[in-house]
Design a protein around this ligand. Structure first.
Ligand code: PSU
Ligand code: MN
Length: 303
């Protein structure tokens, strides 16, 4: 068993020991990325979607100073409803454990826990990345550097469109992370099916993704996450014109209000939800659902 301070639930432990498919799920999207009480419904739905594909969900969060991989009903409810939940990147895990604090894990915190627990596949909405204005603020999500060091396959709808997408793609290349377009030769745009940026590799089935993972194993290449970029269906995307208009307004408001650091991403997501009257939320959810289902199918194909 890998050396980890994580408390792996009995269900996840059993699945891992028998080589059954397991999908890690992050909790920041639940605690800080979606409005209440819808977020609790979504947390349960995402776990059900994983189960419906024959895989075991392992939602990650820190509760009272313990890093959990796989939450029970009450744990999931706490993540969704406890206003004291912090937002924990991987660098925050040790202070949170030492302080007995509780918090939701971001992509970086979750990917760290997944790797420690021996979980290969992870699903989220959109990755963090390089923020617009990064030359001044130096704001680049810790997701990127952590993902560059773990051997997990992360299924996402690209990176959040609030970011500088071309700059983020450059960073993914520099950091040595493979990027596969799933059924597309363009990098997805989170709320939008396409960011307009090309990708070098396209795959069309979970089996093809699993074949890339096995090739990674064979190569013994330096550990780095494999990004499976799975677009939201065009029929469920946010209207691109509305997206651009509302995002410009949200970015201006964030700057005007001096929003910085960990607060930037939740602030922008909340403004978009409000100013699109929930349409961005529906597109976000459609993307996440698709990613969770695909992650479970990839985990099954690789198992
Ligand atoms: N995907 C979503 N909604 C979210 C996030 C991802 O659909 O809220 C979260 C993830 O947890 C990601 C975090 O790690 O946003 C990035 O935050 P930051 O930019 O502060 O690193
Ligand atoms: Mn940041």
């Amino acid at each position: 068993m890998p050396n980890t301070a994580a408390e792996v639930s009995a269900e996840v432990r059993t699945a891992l020991d028998s080589g059954a498919p397991v999908v890690a799920l992050e909790s920041t999207i639940i605690a800080h990325g979606l409005p209440r009480p819808r977020n609790h419904e979504v947390a349960r739905e995402l776990e059900e979607l994983v189960r419906a594909q024959g895989a075991v969900p392992a939602t990650v969060a820190v509760l009272d100073g313990r890093l959990h991989v796989g939450l029970d009903k009450s744990g999931l409810e706490r993540v969704a409803s406890d206003p004291g939940m912090r937002k924990l990147g991987h660098r925050d895990l040790a202070p949170a454990l030492a302080a007995g604090a509780s918090g939701a894990t971001t992509v970086s915190g979750t990917a760290f826990a997944a790797e420690a627990a021996g979980i290969r596949v992870f699903a989220t909405g959109g990755l963090g990345g390089v923020h617009r204005g990064w030359t001044d603020t130096q704001d680049e999500s810790a997701d990127l550097r952590l993902l560059a060091r773990v051997g997990v396959t992360v299924v996402c709808a690209g990176v959040k469109s609030i970011l500088d997408v071309p700059a983020t793609l450059q960073r993914l290349e520099t950091l040595g992370m493979g990027v596969l377009g799933y059924g597309t030769d363009h990098f997805p745009g989170f709320y939008l099916a396409s960011s307009g940026e090309p990708v070098d590799w396209t795959v069309r089935t979970p089996q093809e993704v699993a074949a890339v993972m096995r090739a990674q194993d064979l190569l013994g290449a330096p550990r780095a996450a494999l990004v499976v970029a799975n677009p939201v269906p065009v029929a469920e995307q946010l209207d691109p014109e509305l997206h651009d208009r509302v995002l410009a307004r949200a970015l201006a408001e964030a700057e005007g209000e001096g929003i910085t650091g960990q607060a930037v991403t939740p602030f922008l997501l909340e403004r978009l939800t409000r100013w699109t009257e929930g349409a961005s939320l529906e597109a976000n959810l459609a993307a996440v659902r698709g990613n969770v289902v695909l992650a479970a199918r990839i985990a099954a194909a690789y198992a």
